[in-house]
Ligand binder design. Structure first.
Ligand SMILES: *Cc1c(COP(=O)(O)O)cnc(C)c1O
Length: 264
């Protein structure tokens, strides 16, 4: 019946990895200095399942996980369809990778949050795609977009903390205010906060501090934009120290990514 059954040893490994990282994250979250993390928010652990099969996502789901991160549209949409077909319908898909505008239509069909919004054209494309999907739903031609249940597609603005260097994506800090306004104005989109990837080869702490400062400025104008998506396998502890509310953890939970497909 359940075609997505994971091999039992692998399922146990994933469950144990998830539990271990969740415990470490909770312990670090308890140590965040007062006044840093947005009040009332915990640190949410989002396992990143890119490059791993749908059966691994199913095993995480069966272990209680209800949110995962993916960074390639084709892969994510195929996995989301398989999870739903297997009856695992309560999963939030967070899109965390660089996104071309022509993929917006697909992304709104399965994602509840896009962490990588970094330019006006993408805001416009997501808003249009979301609106079309709502219309199709109202016409009885498609399922409701998953973000509908939470009041709209959550958008986090990805900030480029190296300012144009190696190109891990993201908007320059000076553009955050304008993009935030555009997301606020776009019907169907919700401004959730910020996301960043720490620059390679540098101490992550100062980068996360900088992101926190940008977040403080953003929240002065948009009090609801409280999320900070920051921290990966190698640096989530520093990110939590600087108020991260969502850590995106891949390899520490899933194991090393298959080499052939290359790094993200
Ligand atoms: C792959 C990826 C992660 C997870 O990386 P790990 O180092 O495996 O934890 C987090 N964020 C983004 C944007 C990614 O692409």
């Amino acid at each position: 019946m359940d075609e997505l059954r994971c091999e039992p040893g692998r399922a146990r490994e994933l469950e144990a990895g998830c539990r271990r990282v969740a415990e470490e994250v909770a312990a670090a979250a308890a140590e965040t200095p007062p006044g840093i993390r947005a009040e009332g928010l915990d640190v949410e652990l989002i396992p990143v399942t890119k490059f791993f099969p749908a059966s691994d996502v199913a095993a995480l789901y069966d272990a209680g996980v209800r949110a995962v991160g993916e960074n390639r549209d084709q892969e994510a949409s195929a996995k989301a369809a398989r999870l739903i077909a297997s009856g695992r319908t309560e999963l939030s898909w967070h899109y965390i990778g660089q996104l071309q505008t022509n993929k917006a239509k697909s992304v709104v069909s399965y994602a509840s949050s896009v962490h990588s919004v970094d330019r006006s054209s993408l805001v416009a494309a997501l808003a249009k795609a979301y609106r079309r999907r709502l219309e199709a739903w109202e016409a009885g031609e498609a399922a409701a977009p998953p973000a509908h249940a939470s009041g709209g597609l959550e958008c986090l603005i990805q900030v480029d903390l190296e300012e144009g260097a190696a190109g891990r994506g993201g908007a320059a800090p000076a553009e955050v205010g304008r993009l935030a306004e555009e997301i606020e104005q776009a019907e169907g989109l919700r401004l959730g906060g910020l996301m960043a990837v720490a620059p390679l080869g540098a101490e992550p702490g100062p980068s996360f501090e900088r992101l926190w400062e940008i977040s403080q400025r953003l929240r002065a104008e948009h009090p609801q934009a409280r999320q900070i998506s920051a921290g990966m396998s190698g640096d989530w502890a520093e990110a939590i120290r600087w108020g991260s509310t969502r850590v995106r953890v891949g390899s520490s939970i899933m194991g090393p990514r298959p080499e052939a497909t290359g790094p993200a």
